[in-house]
Design a protein around this ligand. Structure first.
Ligand code: DQA
Length: 143
């Protein structure tokens, strides 16, 4: 099974950005945790990060026919991007939305999620574990 993990803008700044919200662990730490978990559950994983909406759309499109499940943390684009929603719909690959922080307890503008309209599940506020839960869900469901 091939899983693609997609991270949106500023997630490359983990460990530096707002550690009181996102923690002190770095983006490299996140990638290592995801990679180790993929090996444990016996799936192939590719991890992709971009600060650019179009690049994220391109990566989702490129997954068509090659990837069985997508874990996506669109970061700030969660709350603005119809293009990411449309890209997920276009490829039709099962997807799970992940947020490190509990967006439901944050600002009003974070209460909207466009990708949620497509994703099979949303995991918020579980820190890095949320990515692993999402991978587990996709691997279990093999939907
Ligand atoms: C985030 C939450 C978003 O609202 C924010 O813009 C991010 C990170 C999270 O993982 O908690 O960049 O997606």
């Amino acid at each position: 099974m091939n899983i693609l993990v997609i991270n949106g803008p500023n997630l490359n700044m983990l460990g530096i950005r707002e550690p009181e919200i996102y923690g002190k662990a770095t983006y490299a730490d996140l990638c290592a945790v995801i990679q180790a978990f993929a090996e444990r559950i016996g799936v192939n994983v590719e991890i992709y990060q971009s600060n650019h909406e179009g690049a994220l759309v391109d990566r989702i499109q490129a997954a068509y026919g090659k990837v069985d499940g997508i874990v996506i943390n669109p970061a700030a684009y969660t709350h603005t991007s119809i293009a990411l929603l449309d890209a997920l719909k276009a490829v039709g690959i099962p997807a799970v939305e992940v947020h490190i922080s509990d967006v439901s307890q944050r600002e009003e503008f974070r209460q909207v999620s466009y990708v949620r309209l497509y994703c099979a599940k949303t995991i918020c506020g579980h820190g890095f574990d949320g990515y692993l839960e999402a991978m587990d869900y996709l691997a279990e469901a093999r939907i």
